[in-house]
Design a protein around this ligand. Structure first.
Ligand SMILES: Cc1cc2nc3c(=O)[nH]c(=O)nc-3n(C[C@H](O)[C@H](O)[C@H](O)COP(=O)(O)OP(=O)(O)OC[C@H]3O[C@@H](n4cnc5c(N)ncnc54)[C@H](O)[C@@H]3O)c2cc1C
Length: 418
């Protein structure tokens, strides 16, 4: 069996590694001319680290990412709302990592080339169209220059299966849903930066401060910098701008000036961290609108299916974007190896993954586990003397536990898996 994967992002690369493990031939076609370490920080939850560990990548992950020890929510004054241990500190068998997205992608890319051969990933190949011919699907790839397809055909490839792992603007998804609207803009814009600075809290703490319409998130992402007694801190400023946002291109590499972000957080000097200073110190700030798409009813059509952001683009809340793309991969490969008929295998994969991921997409629109910050803001906009006069421990527990169930990383259920 031969599988064609459109998209060499985290979802596509992990899928290729899972296929290789199962003895199935895989070829990746990536639109970008070159795979470069783009992006800033992301989180890998224990359920996705379990998959990467099974692929033999545990040592490499530990050599780059920070093993997240805790997740903490604060109000906009830096007052503590909720603190929970994370990863192994919380009793999971597998760690949670905060990691540089680009480095993770390069690690996966290098591993794919090492295990599948140099020719397994073909860059500069943008999927343009595909057609099923008997028991094969034929995909045509064109060259893109400056984000625009030139029409020049650079590859035509046939295989038993085509996987659209081509991200939120998926061509494969568009083929099956030609009338689907552009991704929905939430009214919020994320601005992100990375700085090297003094470690804060445990040096392995991920925190969120603020409330639904104005939130600041930070976590350290580099174990080598931590070994020098410093922290490479990834931060995300998440602000409701509504119509004030001009709707500029949804490009992960778009940069903005500091003064676009600073005014929203200029008074956020906590006694344990100076937020304006984090913003001031960033060498570059990247902007991306918070967008997602409504869940669709089907991913699998004959010999073609969707995976990762192409299947379930979601707001980057609850650390789930990359993790869910990684979880799709073994589900798909398991179906392909146990079901004799390819079309039925793709349907089975869809049955297993579509509903769970749709629930996360919808939950993230309701702020997922961050709901507690909004409740505290509504009930105590000027801060509080005693947190539990504002929100009870039971309510806090319930919000945190509910999201873990939805996102599939409840500790007992996960640890029970080998
Ligand atoms: C450049 C970049 C930077 C990012 N930075 C961050 C970040 O800092 N923080 C964060 O939380 N998330 C970031 N993301 C998104 C995050 O990686 C995804 O949400 C998540 O990892 C799911 O991965 P995915 O493989 O499904 O999608 P993506 O990571 O989006 O990967 C999709 C891949 O498909 C390729 N592609 C698109 N169309 C075609 C086509 N027609 N034919 C062939 N290939 C195609 C893209 O170039 C891309 O490499 C970034 C994504 C990209 C592409």
């Amino acid at each position: 069996m031969k599988v064609i994967i459109a998209g060499g992002g985290i979802g596509g690369l992990v899928t290729a590694l899972c296929l290789e493990r199962a003895g199935i031939e895989a070829r990746i076609f990536e639109s970008a001319a070159e795979i470069r370490p783009l992006g800033v920080g992301i989180n890998l939850l224990p359920h996705s680290v379990r998959i990467l560990t099974a692929l033999g990548l545990d040592a490499q992950l530990a050599a780059t990412g920070i093993e997240t020890a805790e997740l903490i929510y604060f109000n906009k004054f830096g007052q503590l709302i909720w603190r929970e241990p994370r990863g192994r500190a919380a009793g999971y068998t597998w760690p949670q990592y905060s990691i540089h997205r680009g480095r993770l992608q390069m690690l996966l890319y290098d591993t794919v080339r090492e295990r599948l051969g140099d020719g397994a990933v073909q860059t500069g190949c943008h999927l343009d169209s595909f057609v099923e011919r008997g028991a094969q699907v034929e995909a045509t790839f064109v060259k893109r220059v400056n984000g625009r397809a030139t029409g020049e055909i650079v590859a035509v490839e046939s295989g038993d299966v085509l996987i659209g792992a081509d991200g939120i603007h998926s061509r494969v998804r568009h083929h099956f849903y030609p009338d689907e609207k552009e991704p929905q803009f939430s009214g919020k814009v994320l601005r992100r930066g990375v700085i090297e600075g003094e470690p804060y809290l445990t040096g392995r703490s991920m925190f969120m401060a603020g409330y639904a319409n104005r939130k600041f998130v930070a976590y350290p992402i580099d174990v080598a910098v931590a070994a020098r007694g410093r922290s490479l801190i990834n931060w995300v400023a998440d602000v409701q701008v509504g119509d004030a946002y001009s709707g500029t291109p949804r490009d992960w590499n778009r940069q903005v000036e500091k003064n676009v972000v600073l005014p929203y957080f200029d008074t956020w000097h906590f006694d344990w961290l100076n937020i304006p200073q984090l913003i001031e110190s960033a060498a570059a700030i990247y902007e991306f609108p918070m967008i997602d798409r409504d869940p669709v009813e089907r991913w699998s059509f004959g010999r073609v299916t969707l995976l990762g952001d192409a299947a379930h683009p979601m707001y980057p809340i609850g650390s789930n974007g990359a993790s869910q793309a990684i979880l799709d991969a073994p589900a798909l490969v398991e179906a392909l190896t146990t079901e004799a008929d390819v079309v039925r295998a793709l349907q089975r994969y869809e049955q297993e993954r579509l509903q769970p991921t749709a629930r996360i997409v919808l939950s993230n629109r309701q702020q997922g586990p961050e709901e507690c910050m909004q409740l505290v803001e509504e009930r105590a906009p000027n801060g509080f003397t005693n947190l539990h006069d504002v929100i009870s421990p039971a309510e806090l527990e319930e919000i945190a536990g509910r999201y873990k169930q939805i996102a599939g990383f409840s500790r007992e259920a996960l640890n029970a898996k080998s």
